[in-house]
Write a protein that binds this ligand. Structure first.
Ligand SMILES: *Cc1c(COP(=O)(O)O)cnc(C)c1O
Length: 429
């Protein structure tokens, strides 16, 4: 299915990128479990290697199952193209790779998935890149952090796990004025709840491991490009605007226009970094996406009911769900993600660290795991696990202090979940 912008989300989540298999008529997208593809002849092979013709060479770069998922992701996010890769963290490196270089920096929100804080504050330094962290509610601080070496602005739409909603339009305006792309991690929201490109984002990154696949089976990541950024305007993005020696001096932006970032991601990023998504994982992810809207509606309905119930509980000091009227971000939900604030939030227990540990151990239906966005309800004590590497200041900024537990509300019966939380809160007192 191509060029069908008039279909609604529920239709596109099933049909976008998927067509009956031309060889067999298979209706579900087959898992093309192959490493290589036979060339028609020597000229065909040469044209493929020169990027003069689009086709399949080797599955580190492209694979038909993965391509179908890429098309689906691009369509659901309203982008020009998408590149899938082996994990969400892979997607983040792949998103920065064409933009950055030694001495260049990314200005990033402090409110991030714990692993992203570590990736940005530690690991990217090995490439000579750096991150400057700012509170994205302080727009003057965001502007002030951008300098001549800044190559991107980075934030999450619904930030994990503190119930924080980013004012994407304000961020996009700042990025635009500075002539740099805005990259939005849309993992917690999914394109069903929020479409960052409509708010001005240039690139959208995903951990498909979470709600998109939806049932905790495989890891995967994606980068969707809006196709609207002018990579040649400022001279700041030579990987995309200047001749590429490995492709006979081809200029990606000049040659591929709105698909420049996508083609570069495949032809250079996947070719040389090799963070490739395998076709099995792409298949599981596409199965998950077929029911995304149904699951997200239930995730949100359950989260709203449970967050309200928890807020009224004696053992609870605070609930950070942006879907609660008490949240400072409640008004922003209507603007950024009107269908709901997702199903991820934190609960602060009056009993502190000790109570949090007892609470997590006493839960039965909730699984204690380092994951989120599963059909199953999940719980984790972030401060002793996912956010353990962070300093107390970083933990506070991310909403992961020692007296806080993170819940990822699944799609079970809300009353069963409430009963489980109730008995565990009693046990934690
Ligand atoms: C899980 C997650 C990531 C990292 O994704 P992986 O697939 O685990 O590599 C990045 N950002 C957010 C918001 C996440 O939840």
């Amino acid at each position: 299915m191509t060029d069908t912008p008039s279909y609604g989300f529920d239709t596109l989540q099933i049909h976008a990128g998927s067509r009956p298999d031309p060889a067999t008529g298979a209706r579900q997208t087959p898992i093309y479990q192959t490493t290589a593809y036979v060339f028609r002849d020597a000229d065909h092979a040469a044209a493929l290697f020169n990027l003069q013709e689009v086709g399949y060479i080797y599955s580190r770069l492209t694979n038909p199952t993965v391509s179908a998922l890429q098309e689906r992701m691009a369509t659901l996010e309203g982008g020009a193209g998408a590149v899938c890769c082996s994990s969400g963290h892979g997607a983040q490196i792949m998103a920065l790779f064409p933009l950055m270089g030694p001495g260049k920096n990314v200005v990033s929100s402090t409110r991030l998935y714990g692993g992203t804080v570590t990736q940005f504050s530690q690991t990217i330094k090995r490439f000579g890149w750096s991150a400057k962290f700012v509170d994205t509610d302080d727009l003057d601080a965001v502007k002030a952090a951008i300098d001549d070496d800044t190559r991107a602005l980075f934030c999450e739409s619904i930030a994990n796990p503190g119930g924080y909603i980013t004012d994407l339009e304000a961020m996009a305006k700042i990025a635009d004025d500075a002539g740099i792309p805005l990259i939005v991690d849309n993992t917690s929201a999914t394109p069903f709840l929020c479409r960052p490109i409509e708010h001005g984002a240039t690139l959208v990154v995903h951990s498909m491991t979470k709600f998109l696949t939806g049932n905790g089976t495989v890891t995967g990541g994606a980068i969707v490009d809006s196709g609207t950024f002018d990579w040649s305007a400022s001279g700041k993005f030579p990987s995309l605007s200047e001749p590429e020696p490995a492709y006979h001096g081809l200029k990606f932006h000049e040659t591929f226009g709105p698909l420049a970032f996508t083609f570069h991601g495949i032809a250079v990023g996947l070719r040389d970094l090799g963070m490739t998504l395998n076709p099995q994982a792409a298949h599981y992810t596409m199965l998950g996406i077929e029911t995304l809207s149904l699951r997200m509606e239930k995730h949100v309905a359950n989260a709203e009911k449970i967050a309200q119930w928890l807020e009224g509980h004696d053992a609870v000091e605070k609930v950070t769900y942006a879907g609660l009227k008490s949240s400072p971000y409640y008004d922003r939900v209507a603007k950024v993600c009107p269908k709901g604030a997702g199903s991820l939030f934190t609960v602060t227990l009056k009993g502190g660290y000790e109570s949090c540990v007892k609470f997590v151990d006493a839960l039965n239906l909730f699984s204690h795991v380092a994951n989120l966005g599963d059909t199953r309800s999940l719980v984790i004590h972030s401060a002793s696990t996912t956010h353990r590497q962070l300093t107390p200041e970083q933990q506070k900024a991310a909403g992961a202090e020692p007296n806080v537990v993170r819940l990822s509300i699944g799609i079970e019966d809300a009353d069963d979940l409430i009963a489980d939380l109730d008995q565990a809160l009693k046990a934690s007192a």
